[in-house]
Design a protein around this ligand. Structure first.
Ligand code: 13P
Ligand code: SF4
Length: 351
């Protein structure tokens, strides 16, 4: 039963003490996040994992790319466990290193040495390594503006992987017109203007054609419905949502930004939030004096985040307690070294 599983988790955690570190992303289920040592967005969790040298084992309550980043950043490459290995990220899966090399070949043929690659941390270690090898950096939704400004101080053009929406929204906010953007389709291996008729020669932002299947489900029709039925409800969305939705919303920002907005709001404030279901539901429960609903009535869970559940957590903890490492995430040395360059570059820009 759940009660027995919870008891098992509590006992094993206590027995392992500070040799175990349990970071948890805000999109995780209630049934596991309640056991996390720290909760945070992807940047906060990466920093926290690096700052726990006393932990021999990190059980990551999040998705595969986050566990890879924890493995890369832990000074002695502590053992990192992902309770369910099927907890991937459909966005990260939209770019692989072979596709990156092909894009780089074609894009540098066209634009020469004017491009810096930048990847959202929601990408595989192999893609981060490609970026690190070419002098680029990682970025998260909470530091995207700052890191993009640095990227443009280095080169005239940025290749932004793998989320076209975060790339487009960030550059537009920084003052770039959509005429200066183009989209790289990794399946067709071709570049098309973001706005019909715009000249590819003028493009300064080359957006990888990837997206988050959760955040793309917040659509203009949802905003229009709230605007007509409840005009006093504020629309607050994550920048993984499309450009149209982000523009039409009242506010847009990273997971931490969304949480800060709610924390600072007055009782009685009404919100419709465009981000993952577990976070929206948790905020609604924690701030009952405000009115918090999902922007999409279907709620929009991230199926892979939700794969980390209480039975998986209880099982891996039990194995660790008996000295066994299961479901380990281990990035090969050479990839970890190059990916580490890209992550460290971001860290040094934003510390
Ligand atoms: P952040 O935690 O950086 O806001 O990322 C959101 C997300 O989609 C994580 O998978
Ligand atoms: Fe990936 Fe989107 Fe899920 Fe985040 S919410 S893990 S970007 S699919």
């Amino acid at each position: 039963s759940d009660k027995e599983l919870q008891q098992l988790v509590c006992e094993n955690r206590k027995a392992l003490g500070s040799s175990l570190f349990l970071p948890g992303h805000h999109y995780q289920r209630d049934e596991v996040i309640r056991f996390a040592d720290v909760t945070g967005d992807s940047l906060q969790l990466a920093r926290q994992s690096a700052a726990r040298p006393e932990a021999d084992v990190i059980i990551f309550l999040g998705v595969h790319f986050m566990a890879e980043t924890a493995d890369i950043l832990t000074p002695d490459r502590q053992r990192v466990i992902l309770p369910d290995l099927r907890a991937g990220c459909s966005m990260a899966d939209m770019a692989d290193d072979r596709q990156c090399e092909e894009a780089w070949r074609q894009l540098t043929d066209r634009y020469g040495d004017t491009i810096l690659p930048v990847t959202y941390v929601n990408s595989s270690a192999a893609v981060k390594a490609f970026v690190g090898r070419h002098g680029g950096t990682t970025v998260t939704s909470s530091n995207a503006e700052q890191v993009m400004a640095w990227a443009y101080s280095q080169k005239k053009r940025v290749l932004f992987l793998p989320d076209q929406h975060l790339g487009r929204n960030t550059a537009y906010k920084g003052g770039m017109s959509r005429e200066k953007m183009a989209v790289w389709d990794p399946i067709r291996a071709e570049l098309v203007p973001d706005q019909p008729g715009a000249a590819l020669d003028d493009a300064e932002l080359l957006l990888w054609k990837g997206h988050c299947s959760v955040h793309e489900n917040f659509r203009m029709e949802h905003i229009q419905q709230f605007r007509s039925e409840e005009p006093d409800r504020q629309i607050l969305v994550h920048p993984e949502c499309t450009w149209e939705v982000t523009q039409a919303a009242d506010l847009a920002g990273s997971t931490s930004y969304i949480i800060n907005q709610i924390q600072q709001a007055a009782p009685g404030t009404k919100w419709a939030i465009g981000t993952e279901m577990n976070l929206v539901q948790r905020l609604a429960a924690e701030y009952p004096e405000q009115s918090i609903v999902s922007l999409n009535p279907d709620m929009c869970p991230c199926l892979t985040m939700n794969r980390i559940d209480l039975p998986h957590l209880a099982w891996v903890l039990d194995e660790v307690s008996s000295g066994k490492i299961v479901h380990e995430i281990r990035v090969p040395e050479d990839i970890a070294a190059d990916a580490g360059l890209a992550i460290e570059r971001m860290m040094s820009l934003t510390s």
